[in-house]
Design a protein around this ligand. Structure first.
Ligand code: LRH
Ligand code: MN
Length: 397
């Protein structure tokens, strides 16, 4: 391995040793679109099966030690389900990650949850937020990751400013209930399921609500929650500059919130985001960024899609880590555009898969986790075990 190669390997080790990514329990479940759900025999239907699949992904990749939980899908009995989840953490050797409240499926939430004109319904939604925070405390989970479907479908039908006030109040109260080490992550989304206005529609609104809620609140960037023409890495640079970047929900999309697998449509987008992260870290900014996957695998095998996504995330994070930032800074300063672009894009063109494979082998992991998954027969085994209860599908995940 030439000098430069060993230098790259050292950089790779430094980067990949620090890279963990959280996987969503709902990524293993039978999910669909409003036009239907194509069930998979291997899909996880119980919280135990979701932990089993999460543990298998961590076993193969070594970088997914936490599983994001969605409260009503994974702890339908609230705090009462915590002991059972703790037993699963012990059995499968992975921990509960971010706690995601469900403020979008109850019939009461037709006109909103924390932004609903009805004080009683806002109270009901706030109670679920506070339950979710208590579940987080009981599980030792740090992040309460909030996404709301709240909004409206027709102009003039709701007071946008009144809803801002109600949400400021609810998030302030929620923040006050956080444990000292907990964070409230505020996720924005421009539309869907609301199609006229969404109460937390962009990074500016999310930033305002986070600042207004308190010092433990941050902004969560779901890569699928942007208009196709938006410059997401510029938003990331702003959130890094303002100290409000709390984390990411990674996925990919061609049109809207398609929740496709990371890097399947625009891997260069994720590379540009990771570059902003590495550059900010190199400039000495204190970063505290949670990397999480938020995808629904309607057509791909769910285990394969998750392992593929983790590998892609590692490789894009590594490509961006290998950008020679000192040289790039000089070229940027001298406005040598083509040389700067060639250096920047050159890192993206680089095939880092051999480096990532070498890192995995150095950590006693399979060089190619996807090939290892296929060779393991894991999917065939769980298909046999779960087939019986996977024909009939009920809730979304
Ligand atoms: C909303 C969202 C949110 C989750 C859900 C599964 O589109 O991105 O983060 O609650 O997907
Ligand atoms: Mn999301």
């Amino acid at each position: 391995m030439g000098q430069s190669e060993s230098a790259s390997f050292d950089l790779a080790v430094k980067a990949l040793d620090a890279f963990h990514i959280e996987i969503p329990s709902w990524g293993f479940a039978n999910t669909g679109t409003r036009f239907g759900k194509f069930t998979q025999a291997a899909a996880a239907a119980t919280i135990e099966e979701k932990f089993a699949d999460g543990a298998e992904v961590n076993h193969l990749t070594g970088v997914t030690p936490t599983l994001a939980l969605h409260v009503l899908w994974d702890l339908p009995n609230g705090v009462a389900d915590v002991p059972a989840v703790k037993a699963l953490e012990k059995k499968f050797g992975i921990r509960s990650g971010s706690i995601n409240p469900n403020l979008f499926q109850d019939q009461e939430y037709k006109y909103g949850s924390l932004c609903n004109p009805s004080a009683a319904i806002r109270e009901h939604a706030l109670a679920h937020m506070l339950d979710s925070i208590e579940i987080g405390k009981a599980l030792g989970s740090r992040d309460i990751s909030l996404w709301m479907a709240d909004g409206s479908n027709y102009p003039g039908t709701q007071s946008i400013r009144k809803r801002i006030g109600w949400l400021e109040e609810a998030l302030g109260t929620s923040h006050d209930h956080l444990a000292p080490n907990q964070r409230l992550l505020v996720e924005y989304k421009p539309f869907e399921p609301a199609f006229y206005h969404t109460d937390i529609a962009d990074w500016g609104m999310s930033s305002h609500f986070a600042r207004h809620a308190g010092p433990q609140a941050r902004v969560l960037v779901d890569t699928g929650h942007h208009y196709t023409s938006q410059n997401i890495e510029q938003i990331v640079a702003w959130l890094l500059h303002t100290g409000l970047l709390g984390g990411f929900h990674f996925n990919d999309r061609r049109y809207a919130d398609d929740d496709l697998t990371l890097g399947s449509i625009d891997p260069y987008q994720i590379f540009r985001i990771f570059h902003e992260i590495h550059a900010a870290s190199a400039d000495g900014l204190e970063l505290d960024v949670a990397y999480m996957i938020d995808q629904s695998h309607n057509l791909k095998g769910k285990m394969e899609a998750m392992v593929q996504t983790v590998m892609t995330a590692q490789e894009l994070y590594l490509k961006a880590a290998l950008v020679d930032r000192e040289q790039l800074a000089e070229l940027q300063q001298s406005c040598d555009l083509v040389a700067a672009e060639e250096l920047f894009r050159g890192a993206f063109w680089r095939d880092v898969r051999p480096l990532a494979a070498a890192w995995r082998e150095a950590h006693g992991l399979p060089a190619d986790p996807l090939a290892a998954l296929r060779a393991s027969g894991y999917v065939e085994r769980i298909s046999r075990e779960r087939e019986s209860h996977n024909s009939a599908v009920s809730s979304y995940a």
